[in-house]
Design a binder for this molecule. Structure first.
Ligand SMILES: Nc1nc2c(ncn2[C@@H]2O[C@H](COP(=O)(O)OP(=O)(O)O)[C@@H](O)[C@H]2O)c(=O)[nH]1
Ligand SMILES: [Mg+2]
Length: 356
């Protein structure tokens, strides 16, 4: 887990031949949890790594990210699949915690709870981009400040450095694989054992409180905007009035989405999962339609290109489309990977075999 750009996908890519989707072009692909079958380098030991979206996507409200994470964490738990641990990544080059970084960390803590923290690895990345002394000072600050990692370290969480190389990644994996206990994280206990709705959990109520604040702010803004619009109407300033009208619509759309999200959070684990599956299925179908349309367009352009071979602009557009199709195909794989049923079944089988 961790913010966008901390190196989650790069970490996973060290252990799997599958395309994880590292970096900008593919970044938006990690909008859902994705499971990767992995292998330890130089050994047959296999394990699964799970890529997750961070709470910092400006296009998706935090509630949606929380629904995705918690539906996955609770589904696995209720199917008796236990995680070995959670790895939380943070970039050592980041001088201070931004608002989004703090929110991310705080949500992470709420999801985990206070127990089982020895099965949580807190790792810093991007060591090549910082000098040793500065890095060490920042790492110390992370470890000793309770609001950062301090309180988790005190309860047993392990701090690692990951330098983008297989070696440091392997040490982290080995540490978690060697732990034979089966952690139960707060969100799993609250939703599966205690049958709370997502809204009633610690993580859920925190997200909801944040969103409430935001909604109240937006509601006040809409009142102000309406007043201002009246003034512009009086002064016959049509351009200014239209600009405000657009802003008002945007705020109202946020409030509408927020209320919709709020309703979705009033679900218990099973309903949350069904909701997720229905949303994902819709997304998969829409994506397939887009991909097919692009492929059709590509074929048509290729035909035209055969007729007009010299047209450089045409060639450029063809190449551009080809690239988009490639990206869309990787996304397709990503969408497949987020499907729980197929993967989880083979996962459970291997898991059972492992302990036999
Ligand atoms: N220098 C350096 N670059 C890294 C490291 N980890 C990731 N990157 C780069 O940072 C960018 C974002 O990494 P990515 O794995 O996609 O981050 P994610 O958003 O957490 O999945 C990519 O361009 C990576 O190549 C690291 O430890 N050091
Ligand atoms: Mg990623």
């Amino acid at each position: 887990m961790g913010m966008t750009g901390v190196g989650k996908s790069s970490f996973i890519q060290l252990f799997t031949p599958d395309t994880v989707g590292v970096g900008d072009d593919l970044e938006s692909f990690t909008t859902q949890v994705a499971i990767f079958p992995c292998k330890m380098p130089n050994s047959d030991e296999s394990f699964y790594l799970v890529d997750t979206p961070g709470f910092d996507d400006s296009n998706r409200p935090d509630q949606e990210i929380l629904r995705e994470l918690s539906s996955w964490l609770t589904k696995t738990y209720s199917e008796n699949i236990r995680l070995s641990g959670i790895i939380y990544l943070h970039r050592i080059i980041d001088v201070r915690f931004s608002g989004a970084a703090m929110r991310n960390l705080s949500m992470f803590k709420k999801l985990c709870g206070d127990g089982n923290l020895a099965s949580v690895v807190l790792a810093t990345t991007f060591w090549a981009k910082v000098d040793e002394k500065t890095g060490r000072e920042r790492e110390d600050q992370l470890k000793t400040t309770p609001a950062f990692w301090g309180n988790m370290v005190n309860r047993g969480s392990q701090v690692f450095r990951h330098d983008f190389e297989e070696q440091s990644g392997s040490s982290i994996i080995q540490y978690l694989l060697d732990r034979r206990d089966k952690p139960v994280y707060a969100i799993q206990d609250e939703m599966v054992n205690k049958k709370k709705t997502l809204e009633e959990t610690a993580a859920g109520s925190e997200v909801q409180a944040e969103m409430d604040k935001m909604r109240r702010k937006y509601e006040q803004m809409i009142v102000d905007i309406k007043q201002e619009m009246q003034e512009h109407l009086k002064n016959r300033d049509e351009a200014a009035r239209q600009a405000l009208e657009a802003e008002r619509k945007e705020r109202e759309e946020f409030i509408r989405r927020e209320l919709e999200e709020r309703k979705k959070m009033q679900a218990q684990a099973d309903a949350l999962w069904d909701q997720r599956e229905a949303e994902r299925e819709k997304e998969r179908q829409e994506h397939m339609r887009r991909l097919e349309a692009m492929q059709k367009q590509y074929l048509e352009m290729q035909l035209q290109a055969a007729k007009a071979k010299t047209d450089a602009e045409h060639q450029r557009r063809l190449a551009e489309l080809q690239k988009q199709i490639e990206i869309a195909q990787v996304k397709n794989e990503a969408l497949e990977r987020s499907r729980f049923s197929v993967r989880a079944k083979s996962f459970v089988r291997e898991f059972v075999d492992f302990f036999r």
